[in-house]
Ligand binder design. Structure first.
Ligand code: CA
Length: 226
């Protein structure tokens, strides 16, 4: 098994080094950046399994970095902030981070959160098989999605879109993010076409059950809540 590779973006070097040492001791590989200017570039240049991202940074701040990363990537992100009252505001911003940790934190706790996020993380790319508790099965090899063993007869686009949502349960994706995740090779899809694909997926699911696992988030996009 390859070691999880973590990027720490943190300008308090003493803190970053302690966290690094804990992660190393836990069997992970660690890179560090002390400021934000090249964070997005660095994150895209290496296949990180998780990014620990401070908010207040010299250069580019963590919020901007998180937004830019989420345009193109669903790499797990844990944001750290020095202000506990900021966490509610961050949640409201729908940045798409996987967890938020307030400073001062114990490195041990942060490592536990890293482990938890890595455990939740599905394999990279469109996993060959995604299976949910609710009896939904997506098989990317055969381009088939089944609900309780019944073929939903999804188109390839519908299947890619549903797989992108199902891989990160509870996470709210914008239409733009879904376009990038589900149709990375297509240049000619408009973000409103996501709505019609979602309508079709819902119709196909509801003809087999009264279950609607896709939540519409007004003004934002969609989440899978199965
Ligand atoms: Ca800082």
């Amino acid at each position: 098994m390859t070691k999880p590779r973590i990027l720490i973006v943190e300008d308090e070097m003493a803190l970053a080094e302690v966290v690094r040492d804990y992660l190393l001791a836990d069997g992970m590989e660690v890179d560090m950046l002390a400021e934000g200017t090249h964070a997005v570039q660095t994150a895209f240049g290496t296949a990180y399994d998780l990014i620990i991202l401070d908010i207040m940074l010299p250069g580019v701040d963590g919020l901007t970095i998180c937004r830019e990363l989420r345009q193109k990537s669903d790499v797990p992100i844990i944001m750290t902030t020095a202000r506990v009252e900021e966490i509610d505001r961050l949640l409201g911003l729908e940045l798409g981070a996987d967890d938020y940790v307030c400073k001062p934190y114990s490195p041990r706790e942060l490592v536990a959160r890293v482990r938890a996020v890595l455990r939740r993380r599905p394999p990279a790319g469109l996993a060959p098989k995604v299976e949910t508790n609710a009896g939904l099965q997506i098989d990317a090899d055969s381009w088939k999605a089944e609900l309780d063993g019944v073929d939903l007869e999804l188109t390839r686009r519908e299947l890619s879109l549903l797989a992108a949502l199902v891989k990160r349960p509870g996470r709210v994706f914008s239409r733009d993010q879904l376009l990038t995740l589900a149709f990375p090779d297509s240049a000619e899809v408009f973000d409103r076409t996501i709505d019609s694909h979602i309508r079709n997926i819902r119709r196909k699911i509801s003809s087999n059950s009264d279950w609607d696992p896709i939540r519409s988030v007004y003004g934002v996009g969609y989440a899978y809540e199965g």
